[in-house]
Design a protein around this ligand. Structure first.
Ligand SMILES: Nc1ncnc2c1ncn2[C@@H]1O[C@H](COP(=O)(O)OP(=O)(O)OP(=O)(O)O)[C@@H](O)[C@H]1O
Ligand SMILES: [Mg+2]
Length: 362
């Protein structure tokens, strides 16, 4: 880009030189010296006038335009009008241009600061909402302890007297509902903590083979009751440094989902781990109904549940996968899904093998 000033001075300089040169040639070659002299004086006046008017134009037009351009460039970078380069001009159009630019800039500045205030307010409201939900869920947890305790005593019968079949059925139903409520409150609390960045993690040595064995052991009663086959496919015998209980929680959520979506008798669930460079890649694979491509993008969002006629009517709140995502990310890893409808689904999650900076319990 060539600055306007340079073009102006170049054009006027060359024209002034040509005019003066022509005057000089005329003077040197003139038959009558007086005429030559008049022409030379005339040429000198015109050339000087051209140069002087260029200086005037440059001062009153190009300099303010240059300053305005610099102010605009600075504004586009900082969104602030600092009036660092005041513009003094008598040219009406440039004056109006500068005034309009200043008032436009002030409006933009005001809009930006109002927007910032809104964003701060919204953040504050979000934080208060999350803290309120956290407090409420915490308060709901406390009364559940005596409810579950007394219901269990009623179920045992020897402690509080015999119940007839109808009464026992009712007590069993209360017990199951109280357990569901307890799980829901726990999940909401965990999600809130994840949102607030307050979920704490523990780091310890974890023997992967032992961890997978204990998970299989925990789930065998429920899978065998439903005639579903659960196996471990793990060739890696390594130790990692991470949060055992949280990894267990992710596996539990994924396996519970897999159990819900495979057919009994034919259902097959495989869990395992693969040793990668800096990460360990865990997986939970099933041969259930599968998840469409569109739904795969949504299922990690809070409260998202797929609504299809193929999926069994099931309980749950749609928080399980959001929690899995929050935990794996909190541990420095990630989670993703690969699935084909009517074939099956595999959830993968990667966790760093070595210590990382986490929101620690200590
Ligand atoms: N293995 C799977 N096969 C098919 N669909 C699945 C599978 N896992 C999850 N989904 C779908 O993803 C949705 C979200 O799962 P998520 O675990 O977050 O919630 P949920 O199981 O419905 O409830 P919650 O886990 O909170 O009790 C499920 O409702 C289900 O539709
Ligand atoms: Mg679930």
């Amino acid at each position: 880009m060539i600055p306007i000033k340079r073009i102006l001075f170049l054009v006027s300089g060359v024209s002034s030189f040509i005019i003066f040169y022509m005057g000089l040639v005329n003077y040197l070659t003139a038959v009558e010296p007086a005429t030559g002299m008049i022409l030379l004086v005339f040429a000198t006046v015109v050339a000087s006038g051209t140069l002087l008017s260029t200086v005037y134009i440059s001062k009153s037009i190009t300099t303010p335009i240059e300053k305005l351009a610099q102010n605009m460039t600075e504004f586009s970078k900082t969104n602030k009008i600092r009036d660092k380069k005041p513009i003094n001009t008598n040219i009406k159009e440039i004056y109006e241009l500068n005034e309009n630019f200043k008032s436009m800039g002030q409006k933009v500045e005001e809009t930006i600061s109002v927007q910032k205030e809104y964003v701060e307010k919204l953040k504050g409201i979000d934080r208060k909402k999350a803290e309120f939900a956290s407090m409420v869920s915490h308060e709901l947890k406390t009364p559940l302890v005596p409810i579950l305790g007394y219901v269990q005593m009623l179920q045992k019968q020897e402690l509080m007297g015999e119940l007839n079949k109808q009464q026992l059925d009712a007590v069993d139903e209360i017990y199951l509902s109280a357990l569901k409520l307890q799980k829901l409150i726990g999940d909401i609390l965990t999600t809130q903590k994840l949102d607030l960045g307050k979920l704490e993690f523990n780091q310890e040595d974890i023997d992967i083979t032992k961890l997978l064995n204990s998970i299989i052991k925990d789930f065998t009663p429920i899978t065998s009751q439903k005639n579903i086959h659960i196996v471990k496919n793990n060739t890696e015998n390594i130790i990692i440094f991470s949060d055992k209980d949280r990894i267990h929680q992710v596996f539990s959520n994924l396996i519970k989902n897999a159990i819900d979506f495979v057919e009994s008798e034919k259902g097959q669930i495989t869990i395992g781990a693969k040793n990668e460079k800096e990460f360990i890649k865990f997986f939970v694979k099933d041969n259930g109904v599968g998840i469409s491509d569109t739904n795969q993008k949504e299922i990690f969002k809070k409260f998202y549940q797929i609504d299809t006629s193929t999926s069994r009517k099931r309980n749950g709140s749609g928080l399980g996968l959001a929690i899995c995502k929050g935990i794996t990310e909190g541990l420095g890893g990630k989670i993703w899904v690969e699935s084909k409808e009517h074939v099956g689904t595999t959830f993968y999650f990667e966790i760093p093998k070595q210590s990382i900076k986490v929101n620690s319990k200590k």
